[in-house]
Ligand binder design. Sequence first.
Ligand code: IMP
Ligand code: MG
Length: 183
Amino acid sequence: MQINNIDDYQKGIKKVLITEQEIKAALKKAGEFVDSLYDGRPILLVSVLKGAYVFMADLSREITVPCEIGFMCVKSYFEGTSSSGTVNIVMDLDRDVSNYHVVIAEDIIDTGRTLKKLVEILRQRNPLSLHVVTLLDKPDRRVVDMKADMSLFVIPDHFVIGYGLDAAEYYRTLPYIAQFCED
Ligand code: IMP
Ligand code: MG
């Protein structure tokens, strides 16, 4: 994909799958879900850069329990279809999570491998509790057993862009989620 101008850019947007309004309504429910889990207790909301940055910002404003935020950046190395592999932490949290109720805000669960490893890594640090909320879920693509506590949208096996998700680093800034035109 070569983007030299606005026409190239717009060609990549095949069709809108989830509108801004639909995202807003789902965020409200997700905020209520997180509130209901913790009943007023403070949490640490963790997002995995870069894809989840928009989702985390909007979700955090629908949560009413006391909320700290943290960021991690990970790189995954997996070979073929094997479910083994490693997740390298490129940027780690800046605090010990053992005194925190942790909620991971993820952009999308695809094969599930990255999130599964990340959950393993965080569990080893003994948080008070650990939950996962994902914006999007593509269950057809799963190769390891990984389920979020809440998925805002379950989508078919399409490559999607927008609302934080990219194709070659573009389209993250779209306010909606669209199917990417790969041809
Ligand atoms: P996996 O679940 O380990 O396969 O990796 C999921 C990661 O791949 C997500 O966090 C995204 O960064 C990226 N990804 C998977 N599917 C898509 C998509 O449709 N659009 C954009 N990024 C995607
Ligand atoms: Mg991600």
